[in-house]
Design a protein around this ligand. Structure first.
Ligand SMILES: [Zn+2]
Length: 93
């Protein structure tokens, strides 16, 4: 079985099986994050995955899902505020 070497912030180097990781992909990008539970201290680790790491994790059969945060809350707030401005411009005319 393929093992993945990664690091726990508390314990240092740890080896995991493909089943121990979950990959979270960013929509529209080839990057994301991977989550795993450290086998030593049992804390959940959330680490960034660049394109190379994503490709490796997918190749060895790690479970993945695509993050649904297509639009951030900040972007929604900004959009709503710009609508308010637009409405004021219209009604002031
Ligand atoms: Zn640990």
């Amino acid at each position: 079985m393929t093992t993945i070497k990664t690091t726990c912030l508390a314990c240092g180097d740890v080896e995991l099986a493909a089943d121990d990781l979950v990959l979270e992909l960013s929509p529209m990008e080839a990057t994301g994050h991977y989550n795993f539970e450290c086998p030593f201290c049992e804390s959940t680790q959330h680490r960034p995955a660049n394109e190379r790491v994503v490709a490796i994790l997918l190749a060895i059969g790690v479970t993945y899902f695509v993050s649904e945060e297509l639009v951030s809350e900040d972007e929604i707030t900004e959009f709503v505020e710009s609508l308010d401005d637009w409405l004021q411009d219209i009604t002031a005319a």
